[in-house]
Design a protein around this ligand. Structure first.
Ligand code: SAH
Length: 359
């Protein structure tokens, strides 16, 4: 039996076999030891502080057709929208006024020149409008706009974005292949992550947990993938079925396993913390879709980032990646209050006016 406590040491890294063993833990006592060790390591390395990244889902227009995703190109039920530059900038300025420190601009994937230009203009204006005494370099800007060419990534970096989220979804080639149409391949996504790192972005990646056919070994390989690519941030969450997708028929199977998938998601956070040590790990919104206190429990398993919703309420219902996405009706102000209480409820504090990068 692996000595879980020794993994609290910053130099003690579990190997593949040990990662598999940790992800397989079942008894409440063992899972509590895992949780406690991950939390202790985080507190020692990073302290109690949780970083807020205001999430602006600025467009659901997408040219991809991922089989799991509710806003996939082929879902014609979705009302497509793109926020105006003013709406995006106003939402970002609101975040800066709240002291959030950073925003995430997330959207579907587009590869046309007009959309690359548009995003560049938004970055420039957000930077211009948010430089202040509290934020001498302006808001930290994270992008999550899918796979792009190295040139586009470079332009956005030069405009002032410094972090990028691009989940690998699954690092196992066979599993990636059954989740995506043949035109969407794993290798270019890996190359995109490498390009982001090369340019100098803080790169974030992650996977969905509980995918049909996914094994504990696959998840262990995902954690090793995060390490090998030298990810700065990790965002992971449970896979949740969306009814208007080609994977809708998995609904009953996934529902029957939801308790197991939730626990596995918590264990993934803890084992990722114990393996990658100093990275930023987000407590994803999808955790809260499964359980009311899902995000807070993510913090207690070693996560240190939360992404409060700041997408204007009127379009939020059109950005449904999965069924039952929480916080659809609350405005940004309500999300702020609610999340502050949730963070405090697990004994943590919010780091205001701070980009909160991995050091
Ligand atoms: N277009 C961007 C952003 C994608 S949406 C990109 O390609 O990176 C952000 C994330 O939502 C995805 O990376 C995926 O991991 C997650 N997601 C999509 N559908 C989901 C579902 N049905 N259940 C859980 N997470 C989902």
């Amino acid at each position: 039996m692996i000595d879980i406590e020794k993994l609290q040491h910053p130099d003690c890294i579990p190997d593949r076999q040990e990662i598999i063993e940790l992800l397989s833990l079942q008894s409440p006592d063992d899972i509590e030891r895992l949780r406690y060790s991950a939390e202790q390591l985080l507190l020692r390395l990073r302290g109690k502080e949780v970083y807020f990244r205001g999430l602006i889902e600025f467009s659901n227009v997408c040219s991809c057709d991922c089989y799991y995703c509710g806003i996939r190109r082929s879902n014609t039920d979705v009302l497509r929208y793109t926020l105006s530059k003013d709406q995006i900038v106003q939402s970002a300025v609101w975040c800066a006024q709240q002291g959030y420190g950073s925003v995430v601009l997330q959207s579907g994937e587009r590869s046309d020149v007009a959309s690359a230009d548009f995003i560049e203009e938004c970055i420039l204006e957000i930077k211009d409008k948010t430089i202040s005494q509290q934020l001498p370099e302006g808001l930290g800007i994270t992008l999550s706009c899918g796979e792009q060419t190295e040139q586009v990534y470079q332009r956005w970096f030069d405009a002032g974005a410094h972090r990028y989220l691009l989940r690998i979804e699954s690092s196992t080639p066979e599993l990636f292949a059954v989740l995506h149409p043949p035109a969407q391949k794993l290798q270019p996504r890996i190359e995109a992550l490498k390009a982001l790192k090369k340019i100098g972005y803080k790169a974030g990646t992650g996977v969905m947990i509980g995918l049909p056919g996914q094994t504990i070994e696959n998840l262990a390989d995902d954690i090793l993938f995060f390490r090998d690519i030298d990810a700065d941030m990790i965002g992971m969450g449970p896979y949740i079925v969306h009814n208007a997708t080609p994977m809708a028929h998995f609904q009953d199977e996934i529902t029957a396993q939801s308790e197991m998938i939730f626990k596995l998601s918590q264990k993934m956070i803890a084992v990722t913390r114990l393996t990658l040590k100093n990275v930023n790990i987000a407590a994803s919104t999808a955790l809260q879709a499964m359980k009311e206190d899902g995000r807070e429990t993510g913090l207690t398993f070693g996560a240190n980032v939360i992404m409060p919703q700041v997408t204007p309420v009127e379009v939020r219902k059109n950005y449904l990646l999965y069924e039952g996405k929480p916080c659809l009706d609350e405005n940004a102000e309500q999300c702020r209050t609610c999340l502050s209480l949730r963070v405090a409820s697990v004994g943590r504090t919010i780091a205001y006016n701070n980009w909160g990068d991995r050091r």
